[in-house]
Write a protein that binds this ligand. Structure first.
Ligand code: HEM
Length: 217
């Protein structure tokens, strides 16, 4: 791919931010499954020892939450649901068959749903996580509330794991997407095909590679 056919999608700080979130997610989700299911106890070794996992799991969770909040501040505007998203949702069968994508902007409806579901799960996880965090905070909450928080924490964790599985599947399924988050750029043809409105917006701002500036199709 010639550099003049590439469009920058994520800067280096954005990519570092994303991979910090992803790295913490792997640590907390695997150790969380290790706490939950006795048959998965061996997963606790991801932190070195089960004792370290018990201490570090909440800290890694807080780092993941704070890093995701930076992503939230960066991308929430791009993830607002618009009228065009309803077209995407109604034509999901055509989209799954790669027949069309609708007039999609920087993110499609599927990505937007993942974004809002992730923030909802993370807010529940952090709020319930603080309530069950021994020995620091749990002592401030009554036992029935801690029991409820444990249930909320487990359900939100299962929700987030499912959401991120969809996110990873979509990132691998749409060819060229992983490069966006690894190297920071996408081919101009990728943008035109999968995010035509974003492509036009870049065209209007004169932000496309030189070769594509005059392309009005
Ligand atoms: C662990 C493996 C992961 C992989 C392989 C992955 C891959 C990717 C890729 C390729 C993109 C670029 C998509 C595009 O620009 O169209 C992306 C964007 C994004 N990722 Fe991930 N990701 C992972 C984990 C996570 C986690 C754990 C979270 C959050 C909890 C997350 C949140 C996001 C968000 C918010 C975006 C921007 C898209 C949007 O705002 O809708 N990712 N990811």
């Amino acid at each position: 791919m010639k550099p003049q056919q590439r469009i920058v999608r994520y800067s280096a700080p954005e990519r570092i931010n994303h991979w910090i979130v992803a790295f913490c997610f792997i640590l907390v989700s695997l150790s969380g499954l290790g706490f939950f299911f006795p048959s998965f106890n061996w997963l606790l070794n991801i932190f070195g020892t089960p004792q370290l996992a018990r201490i570090l799991h909440p800290f890694a969770g807080v780092i993941m939450f704070c890093a995701f909040m930076l992503m939230f501040l960066r991308y929430w505007r791009h993830n607002l649901i618009t009228r065009d998203d309803l077209y995407w949702a109604k034509n999901i069968h055509k989209i799954a068959l790669n027949q069309e994508v609708g007039d999609t902007g920087r993110y499609n409806f599927g990505q937007k749903c993942v974004f809002w579901a992730a923030i909802a799960c993370l807010l529940l996880l952090v709020a319930s996580g603080v309530m069950i965090w021994r020995p620091w905070f749990a002592g401030y909450f009554p036992i029935p509330l801690i029991r409820a928080a444990l249930l909320v924490h487990s359900l939100a964790a299962v929700g987030l794991i499912m959401v991120i599985m969809v996110h990873i599947y979509a990132a691998l399924w749409v060819k060229g997407t992983i490069t966006a988050m690894v190297e920071g750029w996408v081919p101009a043809a990728w943008a035109k095909k999968h995010h035509p409105r974003w492509y036009r917006e870049l065209q209007e701002k004169n932000a496309l590679p030189a070769e594509n500036r005059k392309d009005r199709t």
